[in-house]
Design a protein around this ligand. Structure first.
Ligand code: PEP
Length: 253
């Protein structure tokens, strides 16, 4: 089963115009040089940089994504951005359900499902994030938490073309800590089974599952070589061209 590797950078709330454009240009240049056919690269800058980053990556194969969206097409939602607006701007992807949004903005599985469905209906691909907290891990609840998150936040219209799931243990994000490779594979294999039950085996076999949480050049090779890991969602290390590209290189089999 060939699932094309996806290396996705989540810039979070980082980057002013000059830095953001220079980072995007650097990545675009290196991705062009690398000429990979087996791996896709995606950058997800903050909303304020989407337009400039789009220009900066023009002519390269780097794809553009946003970090969140509303579920409505338009209307009275001050401060929000609709999937249609993102599509209109040239985004191909949007991240939904990142743990920082689940925590900072009290986002529920139900809300994330609505956002994912709206984004897919607008013609975007979604990266739906799931993952357990440290307390949940310590209580042995990793698989049950991830199962509930998939059941609650992945819409019925999801398929392998329009949806990617990112497993991001909350305690591993930005901490420098990661689960062992065996733990990551166990969770990813379990996620694939839950997706299979929900959407069918054919979809589950083709759907890309990313690992996220302190992925860096030094641990990427081991994580990306796991059979059910199809790429990475990278935060901190996506803010440096060399680190982001080194993670990409680590995905070469
Ligand atoms: C993320 O926030 O999606 C993430 C994985 O962050 P980091 O790589 O910095 O842990």
């Amino acid at each position: 089963m060939v699932r094309k590797t996806l290396i996705a950078g989540n810039w979070k709330m980082n980057g002013l115009l000059e830095d953001g454009v220079s980072l995007a240009k650097g990545i675009a240049q290196e991705v062009k040089k690398a000429g990979r056919k087996d791996c896709e690269f995606l950058v997800c800058p903050p909303f304020t940089l989407l337009s400039s980053v789009k220009k900066a990556i023009k002519g390269s194969k780097v794809m553009l994504g946003a970090q969140d969206c509303h579920y409505a097409e338009k209307g009275a939602h001050t401060g929000d951005i609709s999937p249609l607006m993102l599509k209109d701007l040239g985004c191909q992807y949007v991240i939904v359900g990142h743990s920082e949004r689940r925590t900072d903005h009290y986002e529920s599985n139900e809300l994330i499902r609505k956002k994912a469905e709206a984004a897919i209906n607008a013609g975007l691909k979604v990266i739906i994030c799931i993952g357990e907290t440290e307390a949940e891990k310590d209580a042995g609840k990793t698989i049950s938490v991830c199962t509930a998150q998939i059941e609650g936040s992945v819409p019925e219209i999801s398929n392998a073309q329009n949806t990617v799931i990112a497993y991001e243990p909350v305690w591993a994000i930005g901490t420098g800590r990661t689960p062992t490779a065996a733990e990551v594979e166990e969770v990813h294999a379990a996620i694939r089974k839950v997706v299979s039950k929900k959407l069918g085996r054919a979809i589950s076999n083709k759907m890309r599952l990313l690992y996220g949480g302190s992925m860096k050049p030094t641990n990427a090779k081991e994580l990306l070589a796991l059979p059910d890991v199809d790429g990475g969602l990278i935060g901190g290390a996506s803010l440096k061209v060399a680190d982001f590209m080194a993670i990409g290189d680590a995905s070469k089999q």
